[in-house]
Design a protein around this ligand. Structure first.
Ligand code: BMA
Length: 746
């Protein structure tokens, strides 16, 4: 006895260092079988063995089902030292012998306990015996523990599961931890670190769409109710930590249609597949459902993304699950009691999963091969056209399921179309652009439809610039106080009215906590190196890229098609003021930052972005070492501001740099633009026509964009009352200076 207590104490001591769940097990949703749904407490060694035999003989184990789980009612008494024993009548040879039997079949054995004083059937719970129980399971060579939540008055749920998780860890045998708390304490919010899956609601019963209330007051729920509870929790699921809508009822009495729908939806939701029927006596139909390997592959997909409902039309639900390698599973679920005939138009289902995977469908651009996951037949290709592809009928309480695989398409992308359009417009003239044009101006802010430029010349700028600084840290407004929701609306509005959108980004400094602009203390720090793979701030920065991408992916028109735009990250790197600037990182590091950003965003938005690389003017020749390359850049830009009384220098430097960049652009037919320019507060009333216009006309520029009209102290575009206003009007009268009306039909 003393020895045992000593061992337990040693184990508990170690545990403080390694209080962490078992990793690697549970990287895919668990697959197996459990006694409960079919047998409840009427279990025995013979049944378990028979099921294990059937699991192998039927081919289920080969299809991926691994665990044989004994649910409630296996328990006997605790021994004199407090160690739990199994019921000797039900398990005459003991648990270890049963585990050996199951292991010899290549399977794994699961067991059941409870966080409270007793299990739900009133047998001994683990409360106060956690380390002993874990040790006992490990001795028996158990592989899986389901821990229930009955009889837990005044127990803290997170603490209770953490305790058992620590105990399992300390016992030294990797054991899958399936938490069964029923969702009352929102385990999705805290259980991911503790165990491998958690129940999200009450027990399932063998019914498609209704609940059953027990006289004791608790409720069982049907398949549809499980789906409804699981649906909003998808962001919490992923490899190693799954939402568990409970065990399967396939083969227990629902119709074949219902069984098929039930199984499919569990696969779509990346749910645990724990069978609940008698494997020793399965119908062919049940077998065909449970052994549908193409469907199992959807559940077990490596990405581990829980599927989402993208649309509901005519009572049908359209679910998608992004899969590894660009494929998607698509399921049309009919929860209604009648068959539904539906005209399928692929264009209704363009979406990007901004919540979890940042993957989606691009039916307007991408053709997919269609594989029917229940008939196991190929059904041709998706259509790029906005019209009905096929009429189909989904029976009541049933599904139609496809796996979609992208095939190469020759279609011109919206980015390419934008590029061609910019090339056409460039031959016509130079577009005028203005940063933050629709948000605020001199003496006004946030008046719907207003613009300083439009007040003056009666037309919007052809190009509008928008700024994302702040999106990376989850702010609701950008660093210039523009709400991102409003920005999204204005970006879509600018696109819809036929204008051009360009987006910049002044992200904060993920390494120092500062702004995009470095101060004296930050000068010695290489933030770029820190955000690259292996760097200290890499992980934080991945989250920043995720937030950036999520916003960019939300810029969609009514048909779900992403708005094409020009993206201009990591600009002005020839200067030393931003953390990605000259002297703060090497050219190699800068390019690695560019590539990492571009690759990250492109995974989600492969078709709609033109990438603009823009050094600041007055650059040293070696800035070209930081050029990401012709295969990565669409627009070569220059940022150039005239300083007060610096006219001659401005003209000379602008010409010098535009000459260099035009030559670079000409090598591969790249577009060039003055991506930022201006003269703060335009103190010179003839600046537009006398200084700027004569310079820019010499180059094949596509646009020039002036910065924002922040307030009286900092503005770059004219307004009705500014002294350069008439000169600007004069400039714009020139046919070669293009405003919105000059570009909308082009
Ligand atoms: C700068 C200034 C700042 C602004 C930043 C990002 O040039 O206009 O006031 O915050 O750009 O738009």
């Amino acid at each position: 006895m003393r020895k045992i207590i000593f061992i337990i104490l040693v184990i508990m001591g170690c545990n403080t260092i390694m209080a962490q769940k078992w990793e690697k097990i549970g990287d895919r949703p668990q697959m197996g079988w459990s006694t409960w749904n079919k047998f409840q407490g009427n279990i025995s060694e013979e049944i378990i063995k028979g099921i294990a035999d059937a699991m192998v003989a039927s081919g289920l184990s080969e299809a991926g089902y691994q665990y044989i789980n004994i649910d409630d009612c296996w328990h006997g008494q605790r021994d004199a030292d407090g160690f739990i024993q199994c019921d000797p009548k039900k398990f005459p040879n003991g648990m270890k012998a049963l585990a050996d039997y199951v292991h010899a079949k290549g399977l794994k054995l699961g067991i059941y306990s409870d966080c409270g004083t007793g299990t739900c059937a009133g047998l001994p719970g683990s409360l106060g015996h956690e380390y002993q129980d874990a040790l006992q399971y490990a001795r028996w060579e158990i592989d899986y523990l389901k821990e229930d939540w009955c009889n837990t008055t005044n127990i803290n749920a997170k603490g209770a599961y953490q305790l058992m998780s620590d105990a399992l860890r300390a016992a030294g045998r990797p054991i899958f931890m399936s938490m069964c708390e029923w969702g009352g304490h929102k385990p999705w919010e805290w259980a991911g670190e503790i165990g491998h899956s958690w129940r999200i609601g009450p027990d399932i019963w063998c019914n498609f769409d209704s609940t059953r209330v027990h006289p004791q007051g608790f409720t069982d729920i049907g398949v549809m109710q499980c789906i409804r509870l699981c649906e909003p929790l998808r962001r919490y699921a992923g490899p190693g930590h799954w939402n568990d809508p409970d065990m399967l009822e396939v083969g227990n009495g629902m119709t074949v249609n219902e069984d098929r729908a039930h199984f499919t939806m569990w696969c779509m939701m990346a749910s645990p597949l724990i069978l609940g029927n008698d494997l020793r006596a399965m119908s062919q139909e049940t077998k065909a459902i449970l052994m549908n390997r193409e469907m199992i592959a959807v559940d077990q997909d490596e990405l581990g993304v829980q599927g989402l409902r993208v649309a509901t039309e005519q009572g049908l639900e359209f679910w998608f699950k992004p899969l590894k390698g660009g494929d998607l599973a698509m399921t049309i679920l009919n929860p209604t009691k009648e068959p539904v005939c539906y005209d399928l138009n692929w264009q209704h289902f363009n979406f990007i999963d901004t919540e979890v995977s940042r993957l989606g469908t691009h039916f307007y651009m991408q053709v997919y091969k269609i594989r029917n996951l229940w008939t196991h037949k190929d059904e041709g290709l998706t259509s790029l056209a906005n019209k009905v592809w096929r009429k189909l009928t989904v029976p009541a309480h049933d599904v139609v399921s496809y796996r979609l695989t992208p095939v190469t398409t020759k279609r011109t992308t919206t980015a390419q179309l934008l590029k061609q359009r910019l090339q056409r417009l460039q031959r016509k003239g130079i577009m005028f652009g203005h940063q933050d044009d629709p948000f605020y101006g001199l003496g006004w802010s946030y008046e719907d439809g207003r613009s300083d430029v439009r007040d003056l010349v009666g037309d919007y700028p052809a190009v509008m610039g928008f700024e994302l600084g702040g999106i990376e840290v989850g702010e609701e407004k950008n660093l210039d106080n523009v709400p991102f929701d409003l920005m999204r609306r204005e970006i879509i509005a600018q696109h819809r009215r036929g204008g051009i959108v360009t987006i910049s980004w002044h992200p904060r400094n993920p390494h120092t906590g500062g702004t995009a602009w470095v101060n004296a203390q930050e000068r010695g720090q290489n933030t770029v190196a820190a955000v690259l793979p292996g760097g200290q701030s890499h992980e934080v920065f991945q989250i920043w890229l995720e937030r950036l991408t999520t916003f960019l992916a939300s810029l969609c028109d009514e048909q779900g098609q992403p708005v094409p735009f020009i993206f201009r990250p990591w600009h002005e790197n020839s200067g030393g003021w931003f953390w990605w600037g000259r002297g703060l990182c090497s050219a190699q590091e800068y390019k690695a930052l560019w590539n990492m950003t571009q690759d990250y965003v492109t995974r989600t938005l492969p078709y709609n972005i033109l990438w603009s690389w823009s050094p600041n003017y007055g650059f040293e020749p070696d800035v070209l070492d930081t050029y990401p390359g012709h295969d990565r850049v669409d627009i070569i830009g220059l940022d150039a501001y005239q300083q007060r009384n610096g006219e001659q220098a401005f003209i000379a430097t602008l010409n010098k740099d535009l000459t260099t960049l035009s030559a670079l652009a000409a090598e591969k037919g790249k577009l060039i633009a003055l991506t930022e320019c201006g003269y703060q507060n335009i103190p010179d009333p003839t600046w537009w026509t006398r200084v700027l216009k004569p310079q820019i006309e010499k180059y094949p520029l596509c646009y020039f964009l002036v910065w924002r009209n922040a307030d009286q102290h900092q503005y770059f575009a004219p307004a009705l009352e500014t002294k350069d206003a008439m000169d600007f009007v004069k400039m714009v009268k020139d046919k070669r200076i293009l405003m919105l009306k000059d570009v909308i039909k082009q």
